[in-house]
Design a protein around this ligand. Structure first.
Ligand code: ATP
Ligand code: MG
Length: 268
C-alpha cells in the first residue's frame, strides 16, 4: 500500500492565545494554511483577526500556543526575521511612499530584499549597477502584474485609492514571500477595483504564493477562498470550505448579531 503522506501545511497555528491587559483577544485558536491555497480569516469587528496577523508576523507576542512556518517555530523572531523566512504582511492601512513615483516605490520594495541593497545602489558600486538593471526589469514586471505599468511615472499619491492599495500589495509581494498576509485589502474599494484586486490575488496564487486573507467583503471571500476560518470574540466558531461556512448557523448568528448591533448604533 502506498498511502501518500499529506504535505505538511505551510503555516500551522496551534492553541494560540493572546491576552492584552485583562482582555482575551484570542483564545485557543488552531488552524493551518496549506501551501498554494487562499485561506481567509473572517469575523465581526473586534473578533481578533488583526491580532492574529500581528502575532503570526512577529509584531506581537503570543500568551500561549505555537506558530510554525514550514515546520519551524516562529516564537521570539522579529518581523524582519520572519519576513526573511518568506512570510510577509500588508497592513490594514496600506502605505506607499507618497513623495516618490510608482516605479520608485516598486524599486524600493525590490531593493529592500536585493543583495546589494539601497546603499550599494546609492554608492553606484559595480556589482550594484548590474543588479540595478535587473531590478528595473523586475520593477516593470511587478507593476505589470498589478496592472499599473502605465502609471509607472506618476507620483504614487496621485493614484486612485484602489491603485494605491494594489501598489501596496505589489510592494509586499516584491520579496516573493511564500506566505502573504493581507489585512482587509478590499476596504474602501469600488466594485471595479475589487475585481482587479481579486484578479491580482489569483495571479499571485498561480505564481505559487500562498495567501492568508482578512477581509470583510464576503462576496470576495466566498469566491476567492479555498478554506475559511471564522472567528468571533477571539474564538474559532466555524471552519471549512465557503459553501459549508456560508450555511453555518453559528456564523450566520455572529454576523446577524453584529449587523443588528450596527443598525442600532446607526439609529442612535
Ligand atoms: N493594542 C491593543 N490594545 C488593547 N486592545 C487591543 C489592542 N489590539 C487589539 N485589541 C483588542 O483586541 C480585540 C481584537 O481586536 P482586533 O483588532 O484583532 O480585531 P479585528 O478582528 O481585526 O477587528 P476589525 O474587523 O475591526 O479590524 C478587540 O477587542 C480590540 O479592542
Ligand atoms: Mg482588524
Amino acid at each position: 500500500m502506498s498511502a501518500a503522506t499529506p504535505a505538511r501545511p505551510l503555516l500551522e497555528v496551534e492553541n494560540l492565545a493572546v491576552h492584552i491587559g485583562g482582555l482575551v483577544a484570542i483564545a485557543d485558536m488552531s488552524f493551518a494554511v496549506p501551501a498554494g491555497q487562499v485561506v481567509s480569516l473572517i469575523g465581526p469587528n473586534g473578533a481578533g483577526k488583526t491580532t492574529a496577523f500581528n502575532v503570526i508576523s512577529g509584531y506581537m507576542r503570543a500568551t500561549a500556543g505555537r506558530i510554525r512556518f514550514e515546520g519551524s517555530d516562529l516564537a521570539g523572531l522579529t518581523p524582519e526575521r520572519i519576513a526573511a523566512r518568506g512570510l510577509t504582511r500588508s497592513f490594514q492601512r496600506s502605505s506607499v511612499f507618497a513623495g516618490c513615483s510608482v516605479f520608485e516605490n516598486a524599486l524600493m520594495a525590490l531593493h529592500l530584499r536585493g543583495r546589494a541593497g539601497l546603499l550599494g545602489a546609492l554608492l553606484a558600486l559595480p556589482f550594484a549597477r548590474r543588479e540595478e538593471k535587473q531590478l528595473h526589469a523586475e520593477a516593470e514586471a511587478l507593476l505589470a502584474l498589478v496592472g499599473l505599468a502605465d502609471r509607472a511615472a506618476r507620483p504614487a499619491d496621485s493614484l486612485a485609492y484602489g491603485e494605491q492599495r494594489r501598489l501596496g500589495i505589489a510592494m509586499a509581494a516584491a520579496s516573493r514571500p511564500r506566505l502573504l498576509l493581507l489585512d482587509e485589502p478590499a476596504a474602501g474599494l469600488n466594485p471595479t477595483e475589487t475585481e482587479a484586486l481579486m484578479a491580482l490575488l489569483r495571479a499571485l496564487r498561480d505564481q505559487g504564493m500562498t495567501v492568508l486573507l482578512v477581509e470583510h467583503d464576503m462576496a470576495m471571500v466566498m469566491r476567492l477562498s479555498d478554506h475559511i476560518v471564522v472567528l468571533n470574540q477571539g474564538r474559532i466558531i466555524a471552519a471549512g470550505p465557503p459553501d459549508a461556512v456560508r450555511r453555518d448557523k453559528a456564523v450566520i448568528r455572529a454576523y446577524l448579531g453584529s449587523a443588528a448591533e450596527e443598525a442600532l448604533h446607526a439609529e442612535a
